[in-house]
Design a protein around this ligand. Sequence first.
Ligand SMILES: Nc1ncnc2c1ncn2[C@@H]1O[C@H](COP(=O)(O)OP(=O)(O)OP(=O)(O)O)[C@@H](O)[C@H]1O
Ligand SMILES: O=C(O)[C@@H](CO)OP(=O)(O)O
Length: 306
Amino acid sequence: MIMVQGEVSGKKYTEPFSKGVLARSLTRAEMDPNKAYTFASRIEAHLKKNKVDVITIEELVDVVSEHLKREDPEVAEKYMLWRRIRQCKEPLIILIGGASGVGTSSIAFEVANRLGIRNMISTDMIREVMRKIVSRELLPSIYESSYTAYQSLRIPPPPELDEVLIGFRDHVDTVSIGVEAVIERALTEGISIVIEGVHIVPGFIKDDLINKENVAMFVLTVSDENVHKGRFYSRCRQMWARRPLKRYISYFWAIRRIHRYIESQAKKHNVPVIENIDVVTTIDSIIKSLTKTSVKGGEKGAEKTE
Ligand SMILES: Nc1ncnc2c1ncn2[C@@H]1O[C@H](COP(=O)(O)OP(=O)(O)OP(=O)(O)O)[C@@H](O)[C@H]1O
Ligand SMILES: O=C(O)[C@@H](CO)OP(=O)(O)O
């Protein structure tokens, strides 16, 4: 049996080589699952042929990337990017924002999956918990959707200001407190997490959290209004969807205003804006950007996610 040696939080561990585990990491680099399993079997055969009984994770990664470079350079590059992020010692906090319907939850799920991050929360869930704590009378705006929050303003803003944005800012400002609490808890516990939703807006979360090397924020956009609108139709066709299409379509004008506002905030605060047209391209941009920014220190290492 071939044994693999690794290290998590300074503690060494040894476990048997598993084709399944290796294949799973290759599928995260977008190798077809069947091909990944065959490839993992070939790696195992290679190690056996070379009479390897014990191999460290680093040595195994070298063997895998050498074989991958010959077989599929594109997957090899993605595999190495993925490894660099996984090597972070600090927990990775990924924040994905964007107006309702641009795809934050779909993309967050895929990013978490690709990076082996087991924790993910939507800001809608955080808002829901906050609604149970504070009465509607005290904080009416969080009882609204982000795009209807303006209807709960107690004092109408002066006509020269955009009331949709005033309502939105008020709504996001409150939910951001819950978002900050989740970030702080993840940092304290040392767990990686992806937080996604319309309440992730550049400029609203405390600088001391955002500026940490292992906290990365992204904003998703869909510039074409018709494509954006189409996303609500595609979502409501999914069997499990329980969200009324009519409501999103009738407030689409407000959602687009919020979309423009979030994008402008991202530009102002140097947060990467990613046009979410093709899922694979969006995820690749996020992962590439993570290796450039949030893992600035390079070899910092992650919790053992799998
Ligand atoms: N890149 C993409 N290409 C095609 N469809 C996509 C893409 N990203 C998301 N979608 C689809 O668009 C719809 C809306 O996506 P999703 O529910 O992730 O949006 P959201 O930003 O989380 O919205 P909300 O904030 O309202 O929850 C879903 O049906 C999803 O499958
Ligand atoms: O507030 C919003 O923009 C959306 C985000 O998902 O939530 P809901 O439409 O469920 O209120």
